[in-house]
Ligand binder design. Structure first.
Ligand code: ATP
Ligand code: MG
Length: 630
C-alpha cells in the first residue's frame, strides 16, 4: 500500500507539517502560532493561539457561499414529519436558538445540557451552544432519571434544553417527568429549562419560573443576529459522557480547533464526503457518532445531513434504503447491531430500491463479525467499511482510508491505524507485540487533534484512567485487545475486561462470538466468562437464532447447542468451546446498542447484574434469567 502508508507515515513523522495542511480545511479567525504544544504530557494542545468557531465552520461559511444548498433534513417515521433546512435557514434557526439561550443568561463557558429526541431543534441547540461558546452536554433522550441526575451533577449546567417527549416504535416516550425527577435528585439543578413542545403530550407539568417555552422565546428573536464567539483552539466545545458499558461514565471534554480540523480531515479522507453530497448516519445525537457524523462532520464538509427519528424496521425493513433512494444518499454510517437486525429480515426489502447514489457504508461501535460484514457487503454490492473508535477519540482510530487509497477491504477487520494515531499493540509488560501476537491496543501520545483533551473537571482522572497502563512508556490505553497481522490489518478482539481465562488460555470473547456466529442458524450472540472451579473460567454463550422454530423444543435446542459447540471446536479448538449455549430472543444492550456483558456475566454467575440504568430493554434480562433457570 504505497500511498496510504506514505500519508500515514507523514502524519506520525512530521505531524506539524501534516496537521498544518489539514488545518487549511477550516476557517480561522486568527491563525495559530503552533501546531502542537506537548510540553505537559500527556496533555496535548492543538493549533495553539488559533481562534475559530465550530458553528462558523459548520454553518456560516456555507451559508455565505451556498445559502440555498440543503443542510439538514429532519425526517421522522415516528411522527411522519419531514422538513429540509437550507444552510441559510439553518443559520437563522441557530441564531434564534442562540439568542433565546442568551436571553436566559447563557454565555461563553456555561454548560447547557441537551436532553432531547432526534428533532431538528436538538441540532439547533448544539450549534447554538457552539456559536456562543457555551459547552453542550448532550444526554441521550429517554435516559432514566438517575443517569441524567449523575450527569447534571457532573456538568452543572446553567440551562437544560429538552422536549416533553420522544417517540419510539410509534409509541410516545414521555421525557418531562424523567427530567423533573432528575432535577429533583440533583445537587446542582439548572436555573432554567427550555422546553420544545412537540405537541405529543398535551398536559406536561410546567414548573413556574424555571420552565420556559421555546416557541414563545423564539418568536421574540425571529430576526436575531448573533455573531459567532471566536474561541481559542483549546477552549472546550462540549462534554460527552462515555456509553457506560463498563461502569461509571466519564465526561469526555473536547476542544474546539483540534476537533474541527479532525472532523474536516476525516470527512475528506475517510468518509469521502464532499460539499453538495448527502450523508445519512443512523445513530442518535446522544452518542459520539451523532455528534461527529450527524451534526458536525457532514456540515463542516458542506454536505446535507439526514437526521432520522425512527427505527430500521418501521414502517418496514426497507425504510433505510427508501431514504437512500429518495435523498440520493452518498455516504451512510450505521452500526453492526443495526445491520444484524436487518439480517434477520427478507433481503427483498433492500433490493427494491435504487441505491446507485451510495458510495460507501461505514459501520462502527462494536465488533463487525465476518459473516455480517460479508452479508451486508454482498447484498449492497458496495464497499462496507468497519471503523474502530471510541467516545474518547471523537473520530476513527482504525479504518480503511479510501479517500487516500482504495486498499482492499477484508472481512472482520477495521484495517489500518488512521493518520495521526501512533497506534501500537503492547504486551502487558509494556513491550511491543510482534505481528499476530495478541495485546492491548494503545496510542503513543500526543493523541491527535479531536481526541479528548481531558476528563471534565478532573485532569487527574484523565491521566490515571487513560495513561497509567505502564509506568514506561506512557501510552493511551483503549482497554481493547487487538492483533495486527503481517500486512498491517488490525483485529479488535474485545475489551480488556472481557477476556476469558480458560485453564490459563486467554481468549477474547470476540473470537468465540465470531466462531459461534459462523453457524448459519445464529443471528447474534454474546459470550461471557463464567467462574469454573476447575478451569478458572468457562465461556458461556447466549445466542439469538434467525428462525425461532429451530429452538422450539428442548430436543431442538440441545441439537443446535451441540452444533454450535462443534462450530467453535472447528474454528478455534475445543479449549474455546462454550460450556453452555442458551437461546434467547433478545440480548441485553445499552441504548447505544452495545452488549452489556458485565450484566450477563453477573447473571450467569448468580450475582446482581449491577447498574442497569443504561439498558435498552429490561425484558432482555428476564429472558436471560429464565434461560439460565432452564
Ligand atoms: P464505557 O467506556 O463507558 O464503558 P463504551 O466503551 O461502550 O463505554 P464507546 O466509547 O461508545 O463507549 O465505545 C467504544 C468501544 O466500542 C471501543 O473501545 C470498542 O470496545 C468498541 N468498538 C467500537 N468500534 C468498534 C469496532 N469497529 N470493532 C470492534 N470494537 C469496536
Ligand atoms: Mg470505553
Amino acid at each position: 500500500m504505497p500511498r496510504y502508508q506514505d500519508f500515514y507515515r507523514q502524519s506520525i513523522d512530521q505531524p506539524d507539517a501534516f496537521w498544518r495542511e489539514q488545518a487549511r480545511l477550516v476557517d480561522w479567525e486568527h491563525p495559530f502560532d503552533r501546531v502542537c504544544d506537548f510540553s505537559r504530557p500527556p496533555f496535548a494542545k492543538w493549533f495553539v493561539g488559533g481562534r475559530t468557531n465550530l458553528c462558523h465552520n459548520a454553518v456560516d461559511r456555507h451559508a455565505a457561499t451556498r445559502p440555498d444548498a440543503p443542510a439538514l433534513v429532519y425526517l421522522s417515521t415516528e411522527t411522519d414529519q419531514e422538513k429540509t433546512y437550507s444552510y441559510a435557514e439553518l443559520k437563522v434557526e441557530v441564531m434564534r436558538m442562540a439568542a433565546s439561550m442568551k436571553s436566559l443568561g447563557v454565555g461563553k463557558g456555561d454548560r447547557v445540557l441537551i436532553y432531547m429526541p432526534m428533532i431538528a431543534e436538538a441540532a439547533f441547540a448544539m450549534l447554538a451552544c457552539a456559536r456562543i461558546g457555551a459547552i453542550h452536554s448532550v444526554v441521550f433522550g429517554g435516559f432514566a432519571a438517575g443517569s441524567l441526575a449523575t450527569r447534571i451533577d457532573d456538568a452543572k449546567p446553567k440551562l437544560i434544553v429538552s422536549a416533553e417527549a420522544g417517540m419510539r416504535n410509534g409509541k410516545e416516550v414521555p421525557y418531562k417527568h424523567l427530567l423533573d425527577d432528575a432535577i429533583d435528585q440533583s445537587q446542582f439543578p439548572p436555573e432554567k429549562v427550555l422546553m420544545v413542545d412537540r405537541g405529543l403530550h398535551p398536559n406536561w407539568q410546567r414548573v413556574e419560573g424555571r420552565d420556559m417555552d421555546y416557541a414563545s422565546l423564539r418568536a421574540r428573536h425571529l430576526d436575531a443576529q448573533v455573531p459567532c464567539e471566536w474561541l481559542e483552539s483549546s477552549e472546550p466545545s462540549y462534554i460527552l459522557y462515555t456509553s457506560g458499558t463498563t461502569g461509571k461514565p466519564k465526561g469526555v471534554q473536547r476542544d474546539t480547533g483540534g476537533y474541527t480540523v479532525a472532523l474536516a480531515a476525516s470527512m475528506k479522507h475517510i468518509y469521502c464526503g464532499n460539499a453538495g453530497e448527502t450523508m445519512f448516519t443512523t445513530s442518535d445525537i446522544g452518542w459520539v457518532v451523532g455528534h461527529s457524523y450527524i451534526v458536525y462532520g457532514p456540515l463542516i464538509a458542506g454536505m446535507t445531513t439526514i437526521m432520522y427519528e425512527g427505527t430500521p424496521l418501521r414502517p418496514d425493513a426497507g425504510i433505510w434504503w427508501q431514504i437512500v433512494e429518495r435523498f440520493k444518499v452518498n455516504v451512510m454510517f450505521s452500526s453492526p447491531t443495526a445491520v444484524r437486525v436487518l439480517k434477520k429480515q427478507d433481503p427483498a426489502y433492500l433490493h427494491q430500491y435504487d441505491l446507485s447514489s451510495l458510495k460507501h457504508l461505514f459501520l462502527a461501535g462494536e465488533p463487525l463479525d465476518q459473516p455480517t460484514h460479508q452479508w451486508i457487503m454482498g447484498e449492497l454490492n458496495k464497499p462496507v467499511i468497519d471503523n474502530y473508535w471510541q467516545t474518547e477519540t471523537g473520530w476513527p482510530m482504525l479504518s480503511t482510508v479510501r479517500g487516500v487509497e482504495d486498499t482492499p477491504i477484508r472481512f472482520g477487520t477495521p484495517a489500518f491505524p488512521v493518520f495521526g494515531y501512533n497506534l501500537k499493540i503492547f504486551r502487558e509488560d509494556g513491550s511491543e507485540c510482534d505481528a499476530n501476537e495478541k495485546g492491548i491496543v494503545a496510542v503513543v501520545p500526543p493523541l491527535p487533534p479531536g481526541c479528548l483533551s481531558t476528563v471534565w473537571g478532573d485532569d487527574d482522572r484523565f491521566v490515571k484512567t487513560y495513561f497509567s497502563l505502564f509506568k514506561e512508556p506512557q501510552v493511551y490505553s483503549s482497554f481493547d485487545w487487538g492483533i495486527r497481522d503481517e500486512q498491517g490489518y488490525h483485529f479488535i478482539l474485545g475489551r480488556t475486561d472481557d477476556v476469558i481465562n480458560v485453564a490459563g488460555h486467554r481468549l477474547g470473547t470476540r473470537e468465540i462470538e465470531e466462531a459461534v456466529q459462523g453457524h448459519p442458524a445464529i443471528a447474534e450472540v454474546a459470550v461471557v466468562g463464567v467462574q469454573d472451579a476447575v478451569k478458572g473460567q468457562m465461556p458461556v454463550a447466549f445466542a439469538v437464532v434467525k428462525d425461532a422454530s429451530r429452538v422450539a423444543s428442548a430436543e431442538n435446542r440441545t441439537a443446535l447447542e451441540k452444533e454450535v459447540m462443534k462450530a467453535v471446536d472447528e474454528s478455534l479448538g475445543a479449549i474455546a468451546r462454550p460450556s453452555r449455549v442458551y437461546f434467547v430472543n433478545l440480548l441485553p444492550k445499552t441504548r447505544s446498542g452495545k452488549l452489556l456483558r458485565r450484566s450477563l456475566q453477573a447473571l450467569a454467575e448468580g450475582r446482581d447484574p449491577g447498574d442497569l440504568t443504561t439498558i435498552e430493554d429490561q425484558s432482555a434480562l428476564e429472558q436471560i434469567r429464565s434461560a439460565l433457570a432452564g
